[in-house]
Design a protein. Sequence first.
Lengths: 154, 660
Amino acid sequence: MEDKDLKTAAKTTDKNSGDPRIIAFVCNWCTYNGADLAGTSRMKYSDNVRVIKLPCTGRIDPLFIIEAFKKGAKGVLVSGCHPGDCHYTSGNYHSRRKYATFRDLLGYLGVDLNRVEFSWISASEGNKWVAVINEFTDKIKSLSGNSTDIFTKK
Amino acid sequence: MARIGVFVCWCGSNIAGTVDVEKLREEAAKIPGVVSASDYKYMCSDPGQNSLRNVIKEQKLTGVVLAACSPHMHENTFRKAAVKEGLNPYFVEIANIREQVSWVHEDKERATAKAVDLMKMMVEKVKRDRPVEDVKVPLNKKALVIGGGISGIQAALDIANGGVEVILVEKEPSIGGRMIQLDETFPTLDCSSCIMTPKMVEVNQHPNIKLYTYSEVEDISGYIGNFKVKIKKKARSVVEKDCTGCGECWNACPMHKNVKSEFNLNLSERTAIYVPFPQAVPLIPVLDRSVCLHFKKGGKCQKCYDACGPKCINFDLQDEIIEETVGAIVASTGYDLMDTSMYGEYGYGKYKDVISGLQFERLLSASGPTEGVIKRPSDGKTPQTIVFVQCVGSRDPEKGVPYCSKVCCMYTAKHAKLFAHKVHGSQSYVFYIDIRSTSKGYEEFVRGTMEQDGAIYLRGRVSKIYEDGGKLIVKGADTLSGNQVEIAADMVVLATGVIPKKGSDKLAQMLGISYDKYGFYTESHPKLRPAESSTAGIFLAGMAQGPRDIPESVVSGSAAASKILGLFSKNEYEVEGTIANVNEATCVACFYCRRVCAYNAISKKEIKDRSGKVVKVVASVNPGLCTGCGACVNACFSKSIDVKGFMDDQIYAEIKALAI
């Protein structure tokens, strides 16, 4: 989280412009299993995504998202259980609420809000995982500014 | 210094076909801290596991990363292997390069690059893993059952017969619940009292069951193995140990008019001192102080006291609070009928002879207000024509509830059948949407009602009911013939939908268990853990979970009991150690963490100095309740909570490993 990270990220993004890195923070119970299901069903999807598994979306600190951008990610996906389905009863609600306010901060930092996606994907929705990843990857690729620092406000 | 071993699994060609496993191994070896990198065809096989164990031993590894299939497949396998070499099981991390790489991507170079990334992330994570010890919680081997209907009774008896002490708490003066209000039961028509009373008596006499009737759970705190329960035993005004249940008191009570019997659903009166029904267990009366003349008229009336032989009536008795400690709880609070006042067109409450199905049960019952003779509440005449209306409230998202109440199709068929048996030459009509009769013997039963007992089934809804010349005119549609129907009936019975028992939501909040939008308690998993609530140590049974019939309620009671007996077969309950930890040095006691915790797992802890003075208050996590979800970690303003296995520095290290 030091300043030099920011600089490294800015410097190295050129080679990354057509092939943006996407980091997905997912919960262990719904979305991670949904992604596994896409695998066991041998569905194919874009390989730009890297998954970081957490117990619950309620554990996803908004700072993780900022850190992901600082380390060169061009898109961040947060995905957990559908409302009402949270393995821990209410973690996804906490996450949703946090994210609603966090968006403002991201906007203030100059991040194009198209770069952050929030979704509900259950353990049975392998096809939805594939669709979300493909659509989100296409969206990120279509955005301008993939080769420059995404924190446009200094 | 970390000594990490990386093991790349080929999974035959499943992984090796799409990911360059050699490249992966080479990349692993370059990472600082990695002292061993190898690959093998099948890591999960015995030779694979043995090689893992050998490397752990020989290289004195401090952490293991497997680049293999999903952790949900074999994490446990590899953890167990690691434990055999003395490594903490949580020092094993899995990079999921099968389900999330080789099976979903085709370009080998790019798939390999992704696999390298995932492997790097896990190496950085495992470097920062802390040893996690599973927590052992001692168990108080005593169970509490809340609600003494058939499912609660079944649970209590099964647990007690398993040799475990049970406390059964029932709100009403007698156990028996809804089932004891029923007359005969579908599809075998055995009488409810005949099959239920022996069970009720067994509960009362069982050496392992402590029965508290006319009592309510006031407060519950604690966690699995160690729940502290406060039970309010309401003042009965009768000294229980002296009462013989002779009945002299209620025979002497002058209040035999104007007080409606709750048990008979307002179809009869009861006295101020009363037992709800003759087979009540325990057979000890309750004095209803809200209507008793002794309490209303300043102590003048004491006819019951005078009539009582053993002089066990005591007007001064007070509510008692009883405290118990139990290790597990069954919530079996049962159901109520919906309020059907929103169906003004049916005239329930307006016309005396429009009654609910449960009221009809009381009219059928030999111990009911009419001694089993079907009589109209309005004039006491025996009806010749009855219209039964199904789905009143159920399956009606507009005015009632969208769910099916499940028991009404069958009890309506039973009502029509019993009506035909009791009143020869009578005729019944049943308005229905669909007939749902899916258990053993049910379909045949409904067929019998139609074919042998002559009930006329009309598929359609009733639009209006009104009184005319002593008859109830029922207007409805027969959608199968396309005709409008008008029936002059003597009585109308509504198959009213079921809803959770009043107050069950309050109990759920006390227990810390979740319920759905209708108030039914939700299972930990709707299919695979149907007897467990969302909170460890609390189990569910009966209609409190949703509509179900008697056999299903009995099964659920037994299921809850077997879960508890299984839990109690050990002396301690083991909890995964990946739970929240508070850094007491930095905690500022704002307790925002408590507000986000769905499990009531966080409490206030006082830190005292040697003289016993409180020097600091901090948050404290109860390992018996915490599930390690991490919501509190994010809520903490002072960064004083972390969940082992998912510490902040680990997540940041994972992100950093992905830096471009």
